[in-house]
Ligand binder design. Structure first.
Ligand SMILES: Cc1cc2nc3c(=O)[nH]c(=O)nc-3n(C[C@H](O)[C@H](O)[C@H](O)COP(=O)(O)OP(=O)(O)OC[C@H]3O[C@@H](n4cnc5c(N)ncnc54)[C@H](O)[C@@H]3O)c2cc1C
Length: 464
């Protein structure tokens, strides 16, 4: 008889696990409350990157004059401005997300996975209660349960979203009018991405950051480049400014800072981090230990403290990325169903901040080297010397490589550039396969290409 796997949550942690489990012959049921694809597809990752695709076009257009492109109307008069139709952009965003969710649903059906629409909770380690949207309830017996319920935007009692002018990142796609003055609170990845996107869409943006600089968790040189670019393009960045409250009076939103200063705008996006969706699910009663903040404690093969119960994705707080959620989910199923499994290795995860320019990172960081956690040689090459970047009018950005002294094995890298998310792949491959800087340098790159700088940085790490 097949093993019965019940998955709670249909985001990347859940649906990727379902594919693996079905492929390995298990009988798989997903209980999902909001639509397969999860927040990743419906409200977070896919919508924000679709919005950013429009922002990128605007950013390219803003730099077009340097490349000799001018805009004129039919009469030949210089066009006065380019405008974004936010209603159209948001409609496209929502349609694309809905279509992707439907695609995922079809693939699950094709693989024989049962998808139940409703809310799941544990009734012990081997039972899931599904309260279905049609009002009925099902008790599902399971040989293994995967909890992949994701996380939700964090809000504060003093900063409550109203869905109109004070918004979480899930609510921005309902905007019908263009904000005249947008305030983004929070300068982590989500805050920086929205601030950069709306700035490029032509909206005045103030970014409220409690830290010294934007993106406190990222490479410091990369964050400095980004902050320079954002301020040069007209963004007001308020650093060391902690939000106390956000209030609304008619059309005016006021952000009050802890030092008493106030910032006013037409709209405010709250990017204050996420809280795991783990409350009232019977987890602790079933023996699942939760960490501080309610995240599920898991090991590197996604096991929780309860036998047969695994967890994957944002609800574990391990690294809040769709790619990591998906890998944790697959690892859980490979482990449970006895296939070959490699424990999760966070030092091989590549990630990207989708600002303009993008910031892509993999492996060990310069910060870890400076704190003595890791020994590595570091080379940084500014893109200003790269021939392709010059041709394209790209002035900001760099390539940074880290390799082990002695062996020359590449252990990390950072790319700050347009499309850095694509450029990081050779570095990611080198880190995953423990290639040396010499090996990375010896592979041909196209001339001229921005990736030529990756090979050049690797050549500079050559030691005799
Ligand atoms: C604005 C934004 C942009 C992002 N961009 C990127 C990006 O570009 N790249 C990237 O890799 N990551 C990105 N992320 C992170 C990424 O979205 C998450 O890491 C990913 O969604 C985690 O997947 P998951 O499966 O853990 O959870 P989710 O995608 O949140 O899915 C969980 C699902 O479970 C459902 N659920 C919750 N509780 C229950 C229950 N009790 N019963 C049934 N169903 C339940 C939820 O409704 C949801 O549908 C972004 C995040 C944000 C906020």
């Amino acid at each position: 008889m097949s093993e019965r796997v019940v998955i709670i949550g249909g985001g990347p942690g859940g649906y990727e696990a379902a594919h693996v489990a079905a492929q390995l012959g298990a009988e798989v049921t997903i209980v999902d409350s909001d639509g397969v694809g999860g927040s990743a597809v419906l409200t977070d990752c896919v919508p924000s990157k679709t919005l950013i695709a429009t922002a990128e076009v605007m950013s390219d257009l803003a730099g077009a004059a340097e490349l000799g492109v001018e805009f004129h109307d039919a009469e030949g008069d210089a066009a006065t401005g380019i405008r974004v139709d936010l209603g159209k952009v948001n409609a496209r965003v929502k349609q694309l997300a809905a279509d992707q969710s439907a695609d995922i649903g079809r693939r699950l059906t094709r693989d024989g996975v049962t998808v139940l629409r409703g809310r799941g909770s544990l009734a012990g380690a081997d039972r899931v209660v599904a309260q279905l949207d049609d009002g009925t309830e099902q008790m599902l017996r399971a040989d293994a349960v995967l909890v992949a319920t994701g996380a939700s935007p964090r809000t504060l009692p003093s900063a409550q979203p109203d869905g109109e002018r004070i918004l979480t990142w899930e609510q921005v796609y309902d905007l019908t009018e263009v904000p005249t003055e947008l305030i983004v609170v929070g300068s982590g990845v989500t805050g920086a991405e929205f601030a950069s996107a709306y700035l490029n869409l032509g909206i005045p943006v103030t970014l409220v950051s409690s830290r010294d600089r934007v993106l406190p968790g990222e490479d410091a040189d990369a964050a400095t480049v980004l902050e320079d670019v954002l301020t040069r393009r007209g963004m007001t960045v308020l650093s060391r400014s902690r939000m106390e409250s956000v209030t609304r009076d008619g059309d005016v939103v006021t952000v009050t800072l802890t030092d008493g200063r106030t910032v006013q705008g037409s709209h405010c996006i709250l990017a204050l981090g996420s809280v795991p969706n783990t409350a009232d699910m019977g987890l602790e009663e079933a023996g699942v230990v939760l960490k501080d903040g309610g995240f599920v404690n898991v090991d590197r093969v996604s096991r929780t403290s309860a036998r047969g119960v695994y967890a994957a994705g944002d609800c574990t707080g391990v690294l809040m990325l769709a790619s990591v959620a998906a890998m944790q989910g697959r690892i859980a199923m490979w482990h449970f169903l006895g296939d070959t499994v490699h424990p999760l290795d966070l030092k091989k995860v590549s990630s990207n901040v989708f600002t303009a320019p993008e910031i892509a990172t993999v492996g060990w960081s310069q910060q870890a080297v400076e704190s003595g956690e890791m020994q590595a040689e570091i080379v940084t090459l500014p893109l200003s010397g790269n021939p392709r970047a010059k041709m394209q009018g790209v002035h900001d950005g760099f390539v940074k490589l880290l390799c082990r002294p002695g062996t020359g094995i590449v252990v990390g890298g950072v790319v700050v550039a347009p499309r850095a998310s694509e450029l990081i792949h050779p570095v990611s491959l080198a880190v995953a396969e423990s290639l040396t800087a010499d090996q990375l340098a010896q592979a041909f790159t196209v001339y001229p290409s921005v990736s030529g700088s990756i090979a050049e940085a690797a050549r500079r790490l050559h030691r005799i």
